[in-house]
Design a protein. Structure first.
Length: 338
């Protein structure tokens, strides 16, 4: 008695798989020569916004589903401790400036002393010629001049050391300021917040994910084509996408990627008969300008059929001419006339 429902279910699955294979075959047969068709799924590039440094989440400014622009702040980490380090580093810079000024003043003093020693040496030398002073006095004055000269060199070395300390202190300030900047998390792309993965107050390790953003400028459909078709597809070839959720619209696309090696296709994408063959993965990218206009329509995971031109001379049939939904405040006839 229990076997009957099970057999019925198996038969139903067999009919569905057979019907799907038949539909794909019919779909391919209806296409003009030079075009290929395959089913696929819309994918949107995901960007994980993570904290570079360990710390506590102070604030998250976005919610799931929010639209964000490149550069927008999505979250802030707690910077109380780092701000204290910054104040200490700035104080070290001020001390280094004072030390540099003191060292430069010391150089000026030593140079003045050297000039005086030079004057006294010249006078002593002149007096020696007149036998007014002894040779020993001249030698003493000369030694004083040499000592003053050496002290100038030492004072200048102190200036260089003070300047190096000042540069090190300034570099420390710049490093801490960069750390504070890194603790303000900004989105590098424009798009839509998909997941909020942390909450204010949570302590995250370095690299901890806070928010995931869908990059609505990088939307594509991945399909698989057999060797005979993939070998005829060129990068940049025209394509069309018809989504199951909106079969009345035709979205123009472009071949942006063709895999270098063949692979077995995923079970969720192709029929069992097609999985027996090696296929090439192909990505069909949608124009970012088009995505900017229709960003509110973009949904990851939507299934549909993709049509690819594998012969440059092939003409698109009328039913695959681009047809798009009207953007806000624009009627459909205006959009499809473009």
């Amino acid at each position: 008695m229990r076997a009957a429902p099970l057999l019925g279910l198996i038969a139903l699955i067999g009919i569905a798989v057979g019907g799907y294979a038949y539909w794909n075959a019919q779909l391919s047969a209806m296409l003009p020569a030079g075009l290929a068709v395959a089913n696929g799924r819309i994918e949107v590039e995901r960007v994980d916004i993570s904290t570079k440094l360990a710390g506590r989440v102070a604030e998250i400014r976005v919610r799931e589903g929010d639209a964000v622009q490149s550069g927008d702040i999505v979250a802030r980490m707690d910077v109380t401790e780092v701000q204290a380090q910054l104040l200490a580093a700035k104080a070290a810079v001020r001390r280094a400036f004072e030390a540099t000024g003191k060292a430069e003043a010391e150089v000026a003093i030593r140079e003045a002393e050297h000039k005086l020693a030079e004057v006294e040496l010249r006078r002593a030398t002149e007096l020696e010629r007149r036998s007014a002073v002894s040779t020993a006095e001249v030698d003493r004055r000369r030694a004083q001049s040499e000592v003053a000269k050496a002290e100038i060199l030492g004072a200048k070395a102190t200036v260089r050391d003070a300047r190096a300390a000042r540069e090190a202190a300034e570099a420390q300030v710049a490093q801490i300021e960069a750390t504070i900047a890194d603790m303000t998390l900004r989105t590098p792309v424009s798009g839509r917040v998909e997941y909020r993965l942390a909450q204010p107050g949570e302590v995250l390790a370095a690299g901890g994910r806070v928010v995931t953003v869908l990059d609505l400028t990088d939307v594509f459909m991945t399909i698989f084509l057999p060797t005979g078709q993939a070998g005829r597809v060129a990068h940049g070839s025209e394509a069309r996408i018809v989504l199951d959720a909106a079969p009345s619209y035709v979205v123009p696309a472009t071949v942006s990627f063709i895999a270098a090696e063949a692979q077995f296709t995923p079970k969720s994408v192709e029929t069992s008969s097609e999985r027996e063959k090696l296929m090439y993965r192909v990505k069909l990218a949608i124009d970012p300008k088009l995505l900017e206009t229709y960003r509110d329509y973009v949904r990851a995971g939507l299934t549909g059929n993709a049509y690819v031109r594998i012969d440059r001379t092939a003409e698109w049939p009328a039913n695959l001419a681009p047809r798009l939904p009207p953007p806000p405040d624009v009627d459909a006839e205006t959009v499809n006339a473009r």
